[in-house]
Design a binder for this molecule. Sequence first.
Ligand code: ADP
Ligand code: MG
Length: 683
Amino acid sequence: MISLETKVKELNKVGLSTYSKLKRLGIETVYDLIFYYPFRYEDFSKITPIKNLEIDSLATVVGQIELISSRRSFRKRKVLIEAMVTDDTGSIKVIWFNQPWIAKSLKPGDKVSLSGKVSGDLINVYLNSPEYEKVGKSPTHTARIVPIYPLTHGLSQKQLRFLIKSVISLANHVADYLPAPIVKKQSLLSLNRAVKNIHFPENKNDIDGARKRLAFDELFVIQLWSKILRKQLNERKSYRIVFFENETKEFVANLPFTLTDDQRKAAWEIIIDMKNGLPMNRLVEGDVGSGKTIVAAIAAYNIALNKKQSAFLSPTEILARQHFETFNSLLGSLLNIGLLTGSQRIINGENVSKSEFLEKCKKGEIDIIIGTHALIQKSVEFDQLALVVVDEQHRFGVSQREEIKQKSHKIAHFLSLTATPIPRSLALTVYGDLDLSIVRQMPLGRKKIITKVVPPEKRIAAYDFINRQIKAGRQVFVVCPLIDPSDKLGAKSVTEEFAKLDKQVFPDLAIGLLHGKMKPMEKEKAMSDFVRGQTKMLVSTSVIEVGVDVKNASVIMIEGAERFGLAQLHQFRGRVGRNNYQSYCFLFSDSNDLKTMERLNVMSECSDGFELAKRDLKYRGAGQIYGYEQSGLASLKIATLDDFVLAKSASSAAEDFIDNYKLEDFPKLGEKLESMSFSSHLE
Ligand code: ADP
Ligand code: MG
């Protein structure tokens, strides 16, 4: 007996190879299969008489097979199946490439329905590789609105559709986790009906109704989760942080630059949050280079003035070091600032032993502790940890963020910084009650980075240009993609590129190399040589993607640019243009695929990270988008960026639920909440 829990590998027609492909799509059980949604539909529901077929249209034909034969195509490589199909109004040729089994499954005399593209010219019209099935039982692949699924290599629409169809009746056994009053109030379809209709709709109405129900569920569950957590959080106490207004003003006045209005506003929001003693849970979101660090520094300064400690968690040693230096130069004369990474322990510019560091940290003698994952270790203890800042939050898993927060005796105020461009409306949709500060303005005087996609024949010219920039005193980043999948840290590709640039292209230049396989000290040295201008060019993997700040760099060239998403390219690009020099971003690609080129060219027109993320969404799903993995957005399978109205009703429904019901009375909903993995930010 097949049930919802049955593993798909036990289904008829699922062999090992199909199983591994399904697994790649996250499908392990019948339940997963039923909840694997199509991303679009092909409307083949209208049957066209053969004589009315129009070239270049998509159409469905129902007729009888007169002839069918297979042969090798003229280049002998492909098997070509040709058939003649007739209905009451005429006949048409049908062609399939490389699907030899069709000749075995269809015979003259069979009544078939075919859906696909009408190709050819006035003389020779044919149906080009249509979906086909015998007429009789209810159609799955033709003569209806046909679902189109996201696939993986080696799995066909037909296979997946067949599998889903074979288990779809089990949708009746799916228990509805949404409380009945909500279903009723929002006039939603039942869950069983919705999942059936999302796969095999009879008409457009079915699709709309199913989408609405399933998208509502996603938004409702996420929002309910975040509201519940928020409520729990508010029941606990954090430190009450007094705002030291004069000191803060003086600090800001002494900065080498003027804060942007957005920075001021973000800092103010944080100060207000921390003042009332409820745990702050705020995301500071700002494009690369918008100056988020200083916002966090203002918060940390106030914490220190309150005689409490802050921890600042960075994703890489390089960044931790850089932040340490920034904090030192800003606050070093006023506070005790420490750096703790796998290889370094520094307090106020002096190297100390690990035990000394830990001791001082525990006694509260270090005000601001900056570090990498090393900060999370058990041995690191604090006296009064009142603020945790996580930089580039998408680089940390939920549990890591959680562990560092646990080091506080109360509940620490929590601030995360991100350049992941999640539009405000969407962030609110997804995170519900998370507080958000957006630093959108760029500091004054920044120039737009000139971005060009460089075709192979212009490469030499680009090198010449780079040479001139270096002669003028600037520096250059080179980013290489991971070419070889076994080469996870990019050591190989980047080393090859380095050798080429160092020996052949720029033999006179001092060039540095940076990749994930190097030891921390080596990385540190490569980075500091570059920062100090001793190397003029730094060839690196994507390790430089986050945060690194080298003001003198004016060019970044990115090899194999097509391998990166737009949002990630934007992150790379943010490594330059951090000063008033005109800066440049060159995207190299050997691809001659039009779509790819079109996508890369978006980079030259658009310099807004938010806009780029939106465009990226057009080319890739939310789960694919750089930085979204940890954001919870990846768990949206069907709700989209535009579902504002639905998000609103989901939000008020969640509110309603919290006010009027107890979660314990709805165990199915409770299970659903627990099973969600988006719990990333708020917990
Ligand atoms: P990100 O938001 O990407 O983390 P950073 O905090 O590293 O950006 O800031 C980028 C650079 O801009 C740093 O060198 C910083 O000193 C500088 N900066 C920050 N705020 C301003 C400002 N208001 N005016 C000018 N420069 C600023
Ligand atoms: Mg940063």
